[in-house]
Each structure stands twice: as C-alpha cells, then as structure tokens.
Design a protein. Structure first.
Length: 186
C-alpha cells in the first residue's frame, strides 16, 4: 500500500486532478442516470445488490429470481461493461484529489497521507462484489454458495471504503484550506 500511495503522490497534480474531476462529473451526470434507468427497467422492482449497503444471500437469490432471464442478462452486461469503467473513474478522481490535497495540506510525515489509497481499496471491493454477484446471476437457479456468501460482505466493504473516500476527501479539502489560510497569514 505504501508503494501505491507514493505513486499516487508522484502523479497527482492539479491538472490531473482537474481532468479527473471533469471526467467524474461528466460520467456522473450523463452515464450514471442512463445506467440507473436501464437497471430499473430490468430489475422488476427487486432492487440491485450494487445499490444496497447490505443484503442477505437469500435476498440476492430473490433478486436473481425476480429479474428473470432477461434481467439477469442485462445485469451481467452492465457489470462487465459500465461497472468495469465506473470504479476506475471514481477511483482516479478520488485518489488524485486526495493525494493532491494532502500534498498541499499535510506534512510528508503525517500518518494521514496513506489514506490516499482508501479509494483503491473501495474499487477492489467493488470488483469483488461484481464478480461474486455475477456468479450468482450466471449460475441461477443453481446455487453459488461462495458468490452468495461473499457478495453481501464485499458490497458492504465497498460502500464503507467508497463512502470513507469522500470523508477523506473532505479532510483533504479542510487540510488544504487550513494550510492556504496559514500561508496567507505568514
């Protein structure tokens, strides 16, 4: 993790952070609503494991049943197209923004600086969630004990780390602003 953190600090500039923000905002404003609308058409009102904080294995199987064959196919297609790119988009934005802000606001020796890898961990859990839920959808109606057991755990961990990334981003903004204000006083 220290290597990844150091690499993020080396590449994170104001220009890269701004570009990542623009891509994140465009993706959030244009593609995310389209994906949400498509998911609602195909999930038969059963919800989505990706948007839940926690669900049980039984609830995941109920979703798979409610989706029907077409809904499960649409779910799998979304996981292996849109949801391959989306975690990269939010991770690049969050990691570069946190790294850039921490470079501005925190001293090199601060223990907080390693927190720039929190979005990367969130992305890994997002991909593990996608793999495990996909296995359940792909094998349905045959049980997939491993996928059904791990999917809810990976989903909760994804949300903890992705949500935590935004909290870390706010800390970075505050640290950067405090450093800027202190520099104005000097």
């Amino acid at each position: 993790m220290a290597r990844i953190s150091g690499w993020l600090y080396r590449i994170s500039t104001g220009s890269l952070t701004l570009a990542a923000l623009v891509v994140f905002l465009l993706f959030t404003g244009l593609e995310l609503p389209r994906q949400t609308a498509g998911a609602e058409l195909n999930n038969a009102g059963a919800g989505s494991p990706d948007l839940s904080f926690y669900y049980s294995s039984d609830e995941l199987y109920r979703m798979a049943e409610a989706y029907g064959e077409q809904g499960r196919k649409a779910y799998l297609q979304a996981r292996w197209t849109f949801d391959l790119l989306w975690p990269i988009v939010y991770t690049v934005f969050l990691s570069t923004a946190i790294s850039w802000l921490f470079k501005l606001g925190l001293s090199v020796g601060s223990r907080w600086r390693i927190a720039n890898v929190v979005p990367v961990i969130g992305m890994l859990f997002d991909y593990l969630e996608n793999i495990s839920t996909s296995l359940v959808m792909l094998r349905y109606p045959q049980p997939c004990l491993l996928g059904a057991t791990l999917a809810p755990i990976f989903t909760s961990l994804k949300w903890i780390f992705v949500g935590g990334s935004f909290a870390v981003l706010l800390i970075g903004i505050a640290a950067g602003l405090l450093r800027w204000i202190n520099n104005l006083r000097d």
